[in-house]
Write a new protein. Structure first.
Length: 413
């Protein structure tokens, strides 16, 4: 049993441990063009087929020569030119130098380059006006990346930081993890699809919309099953169909304790439940389990709770299932809060906050206001979570609190 249980609730840390220790990466891979690989995860170490740079080249515009030929005073005649894409042919004659440009291949016999600002041109040749050492301003072949070396480890997410480098190696195709197939649906007679007219007592299904957006940012293949009414037969059939075609099934709503919340009952029939309730606020009624084939996450019905539990639990789960071994949990750091915060001991509390810099250049954080689990507008105002310890009570202005910045899933910009 978790020593942090409170009335059957388990801590976020234990929930993550259970979730990640019981799941493994989906093993299917595919080979795709590099031009189509943005936001994909490489499935094997990426090995460089070439040296980078591929040849010794000049780091400066200047003059190259053989260090042993230089006596410190005699001008060196210019024997030729070496430009990028148009190198000097042949070996450098003894006692002479070569005009060389940045990125140009180093001619045979040259072992030192002096930048042109440290030279003077005379009728007899080039004089060097500053001290230098043998080997100056020469980039060696393979100095950046050696042929046969691992450039990126398996599990790396490919983005703007990686793709141009891979292109520079001449690699046209990469082996990546296949995209995760994630089935999503919402439950509840009160829900209506966005864009449809509302009947009396209905609300729009914003949870499934928000989950889809985050799944697409995580580059998952989304299988949308829509809104499922509060019918145990229809809900069970949806679980069966989703299990057959998805790696992960995510539902929203139906995981509480109401009379029409059938999810737990159906999961007991079709699979097994790993855990059910969390000691966090918002987001207590979160479910994790396994169907016969797919994994399952049941998000709470309240919009803020659904978004928070997706962010804190489903996001790292998808990283694990998708093979993203370089994924890092958000970093927390302490700053003073400028506004008082309401808090009751018992659950780890994630409040929406606005991190800013004061007139002295110091970080500070303020609440977005009302923290109800139905107030989704707070996410559009916030740029961080204010994370309040489980047993902490109310917080006065000026106290230090933990802050966790939103990553790209929740950033408004």
């Amino acid at each position: 049993m978790d020593q942090c249980h409170t009335n059957g609730l388990i801590s976020l840390e234990l929930a993550l441990e259970k979730l990640l220790s019981n799941t493994t990466t989906v093993t299917s891979t595919e080979i795709i063009p590099l031009t189509e690989s943005a936001q994909r995860i490489i499935a094997e170490d990426l090995i460089s087929p070439i040296n980078v740079p591929p040849f010794d080249n000049s780091a400066m515009d200047g003059y190259g020569f053989r260090f042993a030929d230089w006596d410190g005073k005699t001008p060196m005649p210019v024997a030729g030119k070496s430009f990028a894409g148009n190198p000097m042919e042949g070996k450098l004659p003894a006692g002479s130098c070569v005009r060389i440009m940045t990125g140009a291949p180093i001619p045979e016999g040259v072992d030192t380059v002096v930048m042109q600002e440290a030279t003077e041109q005379t009728d007899q040749g080039i004089i060097f006006t500053e001290n230098f050492k043998q080997g100056n301003n020469i980039r060696k072949a393979g100095e950046d990346i050696a042929q046969g070396s691992a450039v990126f480890p398996a599990g790396t997410l490919l983005s703007t930081a990686q793709l141009p480098l891979i292109a520079s190696l001449g690699i046209a195709n990469v082996t990546v993890q296949r995209r995760l197939k994630v089935a999503v649906f919402s439950t509840g007679d009160e829900l209506q699809a966005v864009g449809e007219p509302l009947a009396e007592g209905q609300i729009y299904d914003t949870n499934r919309f928000a989950v889809r957006l985050m799944l697409e940012k995580l580059n998952c293949e989304v299988l949308d099953f829509g809104v499922i009414p509060d019918s145990p037969e229809k809900l069970k059939q949806t679980f069966i169909e989703a299990n057959q075609c998805a790696d992960l099934v995510i539902s929203s709503g139906g995981v509480s304790v109401g009379e029409a919340d059938y999810t737990k009952q159906i999961l007991d029939e079709l699979g097994e439940i790993g855990f059910w309730k969390l000691a966090i606020k918002p987001g207590k009624p979160f479910a994790f389990g396994k169907l016969s084939s797919a994994w399952f996450c049941g998000l709470p019905g309240n919009p803020v709770s659904a978004a928070l539990t997706f962010y804190q639990l489903v996001q790292p789960l998808i990283a694990r299932l998708g093979g993203h071994s370089q994924w890092k949990a958000p970093v927390r750091f302490k700053v003073p809060v400028t506004t008082p915060l309401k808090k009751s001991p018992g659950r780890l509390d994630f409040q929406r906050g606005i991190l800013s810099v004061d007139e002295q250049g110091q970080l500070q954080v303020a609440t977005t206001g009302h923290q109800g689990s139905h107030v989704f507008s707070s996410f559009s105002q916030a740029n961080c979570f204010i994370v309040l310890e489980r047993e902490r009570g109310k917080i006065a202005a000026g106290e230090m609190v933990d802050v966790e910045m939103f990553n790209y899933l929740l950033k408004s910009e």
